[in-house]
Every structure is written in structure tokens, then in C-alpha cells.
Write a protein that binds this ligand. Sequence first.
Ligand code: HEM
Length: 105
Amino acid sequence: MKIAGIITVTLLLTIAVLSVFSKIKSKEMAAQNEGESGTSTMMGPADKCIISVFGQEYDIGPFRALHPGGDVFKCGEDMTETFMQQHGKDLKRIEKFLVRDSKAG
Ligand code: HEM
């Protein structure tokens, strides 16, 4: 019985310590992200990130951080396969990111 108690306490302590650590880590990461903006590592104006899907270009820059599936995006690449694997061929959901050529009329 005693051993069970000791194990329980040890487990609880481990969980507590881990959660504190992960909180510190996420704060660090947030701070890092803040520090990054405005440096040369960024993508340029308004965090542009153009991907192509079925031959069309989409700027998913502002959406990257909001995507429920995480930041899976590779800017400048053809992501048709990746998109299709998850979302099929329904392009409606990304219609709003379509880059419409301003010169095309
Ligand atoms: C070119 C690649 C992709 C694009 C452009 C894309 C775009 C989107 C969009 C526009 C939404 C709707 C968000 C909303 O309604 O608020 C969405 C939802 C979602 N995406 Fe993606 N996605 C891509 C790839 C992926 C991949 C690879 C995964 C998984 C590994 C994924 C997982 C999800 C999930 C789980 C959701 C929420 C549920 C749903 O709406 O189906 N996505 N995505």
C-alpha cells in the first residue's frame, strides 16, 4: 500500500513539473516568434505565402497560423497532393485565398 502511495505522489509531482516546463517553453517560443517579426527570416510584406493547388495560386500567408491542420504549408511549392490527401478536390474552402491576377482585368 505504501508503495502505491509513493508511486502516486511521484507521478503527480512529475506531471506538475512537466506542465510548468511546457508553460515556460511555450512562453519562450512566443517570445521568439515576436522577436522574429521584422527580421530577414520573414517572408516579406504581410507574410505572403503562395502555394499552388491544381495550377492555381493561393496566398495562405495570413491563414497559416489559423489552419486547424497546423502549419503544413510550404511556400512557393505545388501543394496539390498534400491538399488532396486531406481535403479532396473541393477547392471551395480555399477559394478566398485565390490570387487573382490584377492585370487580368
Ligand atoms: C495545401 C494544403 C492545405 C490547405 C490549403 C488547407 C486549407 C484548409 C482550409 C481553408 C480549411 C478550413 C478552415 C476553416 O474552416 O476555418 C482547412 C481545415 C482543416 N485542415 Fe487543411 N489545408 C491543407 C492541408 C491540410 C493537411 C495536410 C491537413 C492534415 C494533416 C489538414 C487538416 C485540416 C483539418 C483537420 C481541418 C479542420 C477540419 C476540416 O475543415 O476539414 N489540412 N484546411
